[in-house]
Design a protein around this ligand. Structure first.
Ligand SMILES: [Zn+2]
Length: 500
């Protein structure tokens, strides 16, 4: 969705509109941070923040805000618990903003920037309580998902209350979000596929050299392209476009596939047909000089496996499912790349927090000079510091404490996608804990050698790890027991076991 274009259209036609943004997500939620809805005063809306009661309540809030007239932005925290009838278990923060004709120029500028490609903005709260957005000069790389990084000071949040807004910094990305797709062929399956893809997040160029092949009306996400030379369309495709080939004619299929496979930046080239057709095409493509790596990228047959029906609508559904799989895989990869880049600034902040904890609690006498924080989606899930001497707990290392608290906060025994920031390189125990907690990444400041130099000899334990049990300084004896083995067997047979 082009958010600002849509918002500008609504303000133009209805005089006012609200923008509802899923500004932050902790834990499991129906949609990701950055999901948006644009709402008209009469309740009509575009986009979704995930449906259900959450969306319904956000719509109510937006309409109420619009009825009160253009005013300050509001942040609303919602727990996706029983009172919302949504059992995702996460927490979301929703930003609600109102706009009217006074904002037309600002909206138009953002709409123009958004139309030109992915857009990054930094928003700060003005004295009037409204978000003032500045366009970042460096646009985010194509393919990154639209998202929001809400930086807010700790300790200000009270359950159920609106937040103090003045210190917030809203780093946002906007982009169309639909995946470009070139569909070659307007036959029966092509037509069925266009219908199947109509409500899905794809932007289609539908190419056929027969002008009369196109139906008189096509869905809004489709541009019919009458092209006498279809392979030229494949050569001109935007980077990252998916390609599907199902023309009325095999030599034309071959020419389009050859042009598409010659482009390593087109991540999916699918050809309708059987394994026999694939073999024949690969042979021809080889004879035409296309390299082995390029040929190996040909996807044929197409569609998710396990669907045998040959009716055009059935094939279309199977292919649409496959395209969604490809799209999600590509977006996950792009998102991971984008997060690595965006997280550089966030890394500094969170690592500084871990170091601040190490100093604070060392001075307080809690234990050794170590601090850690676990972060996911831009939020601190748990903080920890060393409590070994104050709690007589040799396992109360900062990282273990932070992981325990993060798991308690998340209500889960795994923290997929989270990052551990530690003031010092984790010891083997903490490193293992990070693996068990399924953390994605560890960022640390001091090294294990620096820790050894001040008397914390993790380096010694690292040295023990690779040794055989009999060679370690800690005596280890292996005594097999039938009963111990039986417990393992019983675990495997336990119907209600929870694997981890
Ligand atoms: Zn440790």
């Amino acid at each position: 969705m082009q958010v600002w274009q849509r918002l500008g259209d609504m303000v133009g036609s209805a005089g006012a509109a609200a923008l509802v943004t899923l500004a932050a997500v902790r834990g499991s939620a129906p949609r990701e941070a950055g999901a948006r809805m644009v709402v008209r005063p009469d309740g009509a809306f575009f986009g979704t923040i995930g449906g259900g009661r959450l969306e319904w309540r956000a719509l109510e809030e937006a309409r109420r805000a619009l009825a009160a007239g253009r005013g300050p932005a509001r942040l609303v925290d919602e727990a996706l618990g029983p009172d919302l009838g949504q059992c995702c278990g996460g927490f979301v923060t929703i930003l609600i903003e109102t706009f009217d004709r006074r904002d037309a120029a600002a909206i138009a500028a953002l709409a123009a920037a958004e139309a030109a490609g992915p857009l990054a903005t930094v928003g700060r709260m003005g004295a009037d309580g409204r978000v003032a957005r500045l366009i970042e000069p460096a646009a985010p790389a194509a393919g990154e998902v639209a998202s929001v990084d809400l930086m807010r000071p700790r300790g200000r949040r009270e359950a159920g209350s609106d937040l103090a807004l003045q210190d917030l910094v809203l780093c946002e990305r906007f982009e169309d979000g639909r995946t470009p797709l070139l569909l070659f062929g307007a036959g029966h399956v092509g037509r069925a596929l266009v219908l199947a893809l109509a409500p899905l997040p794809f932007r289609l160029r539908w190419v056929d050299p027969r002008e009369e092949a196109f139906p008189p009306h096509v869905p809004m996400n489709v541009t019919p392209v009458f092209a006498p030379d279809p392979p030229a369309e494949a050569r001109a495709a935007p980077t990252g476009a998916l390609v599907l080939v199902m023309t009325h004619d095999h030599p034309l299929d071959l020419a389009v596939v050859a042009a598409a496979l010659a482009r390593p930046d087109l991540p999916f080239v699918g050809l309708i047909g059987s394994a026999t057709k694939r073999a024949r095409f690969l042979k021809r493509l080889g004879e035409a000089g296309l390299g082995e790596a390029a040929r190996a990228r040909l996807v044929c047959p197409i569609g998710v496996p396990g669907i045998a029906g040959k009716e055009p609508a059935v094939i279309a559904a199977a292919v649409a499912a496959q395209l969604l799989q490809v799209r999600e895989r590509l977006r996950r990869a792009a998102s991971a790349r984008g997060e690595r880049r965006v997280s550089a600034g966030a890394d500094d902040r969170f690592l500084a927090r871990a170091v601040a904890l190490s100093r604070e609690h060392m001075l307080h006498g809690d234990g050794g000079p170590f601090g850690a924080v676990v972060v996911r989606d831009g939020f601190i899930l748990g903080e920890g510091w060393n409590c070994v001497t104050s709690q007589n707990d040799p396992t109360a290392h900062a990282e273990v404490v932070a992981i325990r608290r993060a798991c308690a906060a998340a209500g889960a025994f795994a923290l997929h996608g989270a990052t551990l920031y530690a003031s010092c390189e984790p010891c083997p125990m903490c490193l293992a804990a990070a693996y068990w907690a399924r953390l994605a990444r560890i960022v640390y400041a001091n090294t294990r050698e620096a820790a050894a130099a001040i008397g914390f000899d993790d380096a010694f334990i690292y040295g023990e790890m690779p040794k055989a049990p009999g060679e370690r300084s800690l005596v280890m004896e292996h005594r097999p027991l039938a009963e111990a083995a039986q417990v393992f067997a019983d675990w495997l047979a336990k119907a209600d076991r929870i694997p981890y």
